[in-house]
Design a protein around this ligand. Structure first.
Ligand code: 5AD
Ligand code: SF4
Length: 457
């Protein structure tokens, strides 16, 4: 359903359209961070393209620059300020519009710094005002106004924002926004507001539409997908079962669930579905119960291991990926070994590894026993090594199996071979015809090569 607020924005889209028509204006967008941000950017582009901007071929030739920021780790800040330096030079020579938005703009110390050091930025918008970019842009175009449109609220849901998708076979669908968990290291609950779920009918309508347009793979997105609340007796498991019924959608993924909400009905819904990927991403964050407690994760090392075993018992073909943070305040050598121990016990298909990064405003930032950078980096390298040592051994289980592959195109490293991914995200290359691109086919895996598998149709 189209929200009233979006109807209002459509009027601004029309107004800008009139101003921009026949000017051949270009946009450039840079997205930092997670898939939720990518999905937000697809909405930004959806609106921008309706306002007569087309995608610029190179970074240097755009008329409007949009950066959708992330603030989960410190390196995103360095990246933003670097880009702003580049944009300053462009703006000295040409009349461009710069709009910076997203998570980092919800942080007051950042917007203050921007005002001080980067006053040439035209529009600053937050996570709760992304949908208002037409209105903010109109003010800038019409009156040359500098606009700061950031609000700190629990959060709303806006249906009906135009979307321009990055891909024509795979699509992401946000099912819930915000987070109530307040893991002590994490800034997300402060910048994205409280948990709120889209209505099941809005989600299902969007996915049905995508299926009709030929999309085959859907990723359900949320900061904490398995606390999805679609109303009375309607939880994440119910939603998974409904999405499973949609004809045309052949692969269903979801990120990220929280271990504490991984209930039996979710496990059953995954088990019963032929479409839901059996690569399940379950963020661990740390292996030590002591550290998990300080992180406010609400599970112990043993409970995590038991959850994985339970899923394995129910779904023998299930495999796992995870997120791990090293160097959380107070992490001792023994705590870190608990993390390595879990990595040894569970053959993760993939581990997204992060060095703990202090975030202003979080509980962990105020903890006194911060770990020196050098130790954090050394632990990171050790974790990486212990994972990489197991990749080949782990890959061997694929040899001789037949996997469902969405064919992406020709391989970059070997132009005669086609490439695609298993539903467990392994890259596979195989010989075949061009007309297979975009289709889902069965490929038999014949050998493993650490970072990819080779197969035959
Ligand atoms: N430092 C390092 N990693 C972090 N993450 C979240 N906050 C931080 C932080 N302050 C990681 C977590 C989360 C992933 C998206 O980013 O592992 O699951
Ligand atoms: Fe951050 Fe924890 Fe919420 Fe994930 S569950 S977004 S890590 S607070």
């Amino acid at each position: 359903m189209l929200s009233e607020a979006i109807k209002e924005q459509k009027k601004y889209i029309e107004k800008i359209n009139k101003i921009n028509k026949d000017k051949n204006l270009k946009y450039s967008i840079l997205t930092m961070g997670c898939q939720l941000n990518e999905n937000d950017s697809e909405k930004l582009v959806g609106m921008i393209e309706q306002m007569s901007y087309t995608k610029s071929e190179s970074f240097n030739s755009a008329d409007i620059y949009i950066i959708n920021t992330c603030c989960v780790r410190e390196n995103a800040e360095e990246k933003l300020f670097g880009k702003l330096g580049e944009l300053k030079k462009i703006k000295e020579n040409r009349d461009i519009i710069i709009a910076i938005g997203g998570c980092m703009m919800q942080e007051e110390h950042i917007t203050k710094k921007m005002k001080r050091s980067y006053p040439f930025v035209d529009i600053i918008f937050g996570t709760h005002t992304l949908y208002k970019i037409p209105q903010d842009l109109y003010k800038t175009i019409k009156n040359k106004e500098k606009v700061k449109d950031v609000i700190d609220i629990l959060g709303e849901i806006y249906e009906g924002i135009p979307v321009k998708r990055n891909d024509n076979k795979r699509a992401s669908v946000t099912i819930m926004y915000g987070c109530d968990n307040f893991c002590s290291y994490c800034i997300v609950p402060y910048v994205r507001g409280r948990e709120r779920s889209r209505k099941p009918e809005d989600i299902l309508k969007e996915i049905n539409q995508l299926a009709m347009e030929g999309y085959k793979e859907i990723t359900l997105l949320g900061q904490n997908v398995n606390s999805y609340n679609g109303g009375e007796n309607y939880n994440f498991a119910t939603l998974l079962k409904q999405v499973d019924k949609i004809e045309g959608i052949e692969i269903i993924k979801f990120i990220s669930p929280h271990p504490k909400d991984f209930t039996d009905d979710v496990i059953n819904a995954i088990k019963q579905s032929k479409k839901v990927s059996k690569l399940i991403h379950i963020p661990l964050q740390a292996g030590s119960t002591e550290i998990l407690k300080k992180m406010n994760r609400k599970y112990t090392k043993e409970q995590y291991l038991e959850l994985i075993s339970k899923i394995k018992r129910s779904i023998p073909e299930a495999v796992f990926s995870t997120d791990i943070i090293v160097g959380f305040p107070g992490e001792t050598e023994k705590d870190f070994e608990d993390t390595l121990d879990i990595v040894k016990k569970i053959n993760f298909e993939q581990i997204y590894m992060f060095i703990y990064s202090r975030r202003v405003g979080t509980i962990a930032d105020k903890m006194r026993n911060q770990i020196p950078e050098e130790i954090k980096h050394k632990r990171f390298e050790r974790l990486k090594k212990s994972y990489e040592e197991k990749v080949e051994e782990n890959n061997k289980k694929y040899i001789g199996t037949t996997k469902k592959i969405l064919v992406e195109g020709y391989s970059k490293n070997n132009e005669k071979m086609l490439t695609g991914r298993t539903d467990t995200n392994k890259v596979v290359i195989f010989g075949g015809n061009q007309d297979l691109i975009g289709q889902i086919i069965n490929v038999k895996i014949i050998s493993e090569h650490k970072w990819y598998l080779k197969g035959e149709i």
